[in-house]
Design a binder for this molecule. Structure first.
Ligand SMILES: [Zn+2]
Length: 232
């Protein structure tokens, strides 16, 4: 039966592709360590960059506040200089003290923010160097890894082309159904009947189902798991 042959072929193709995918994603220990290093550095860089952006935004706000506080203080100082009457002078001095205190209360956190930015920038420079170093080492080793797995890389290309060709022999509905089942059944869609049972879910098949299978006219699916069946 033509569709069953195509479906079995498609299943075999996807099985090979899954194997190749596993082999290509199973990095040797040294590569896996470098990969983890790169990812850890990237995560830290992202976190510190976010903290840096926040600190810089706060500095902008505080700088404006400081400029305003400085103006207020200057004005109060000028008032002290131009006041001659004793009563007014005392009030002006008190006003200047107050403005100086206000300015200091803005300047302190601003200074703290500026040193935070400095620390973050230094940490980021170190992290960036670490990341770049690990990435270079990874790239070099990965190129060797891919070279050693040239057969798999080539095989994957051939198999993907074969998959495309097989899928054009089926209707879009059949293809969609196949992939849906593959996702739900750990990639096993077309399975053999073994000792009168579905080898996908091990449920015994009813007599009429076995009879239809032997006739070989239609596509028969397991009533229990919906996998497509064939007689081995
Ligand atoms: Zn089944």
């Amino acid at each position: 039966m033509e569709p069953l042959i195509t479906l079995r072929d498609l299943q075999a193709t996807l099985d090979y592709l899954a194997t190749i995918h596993r082999e290509l994603s199973a990095l040797p220990p040294d590569l896996a360590i470098l990969d983890a290093k790169v990812k850890a550095a990237e995560k830290q860089i992202a976190d510190k960059t976010k903290a840096l952006d926040t600190a810089r935004a706060q500095i902008l706000v505080k700088s404006k506040e400081l400029t305003q506080a400085q103006k207020d203080e200057d004005r109060a100082r000028a008032a002290v200089k131009t006041t001659s009457q004793k009563v007014h002078y005392t009030a002006a001095i008190r006003e200047l003290d107050e403005k100086e205190r206000l300015k200091a209360s803005v300047a302190r956190p601003l200074k703290a923010l500026e040193s935070t930015v400095q620390v973050l920038e230094q940490a980021l420079a170190v992290l960036e160097k670490e990341r770049a170093g690990a990435q270079t080492q990874f790239d070099e080793l990965y190129a060797i890894f891919l070279d050693e797995h040239a057969n798999q890389v080539e095989g994957r290309k051939v198999l993907q082309a074969k998959q495309t060709k097989l899928e054009t022999k089926l209707t879009p509905v059949e293809v969609a159904r196949f992939h849906r089942l593959a996702a739900a059944r750990h990639g096993r869609v077309v399975v053999a009947v073994e000792n009168g049972a579905c080898s996908g879910c091990n449920v015994k098949l009813r007599g009429p189902i076995l009879f239809q299978l032997k006739e070989g006219k239609d596509l028969i699916t397991c009533e229990s798991c919906q996998r497509i069946l064939f007689l081995s």
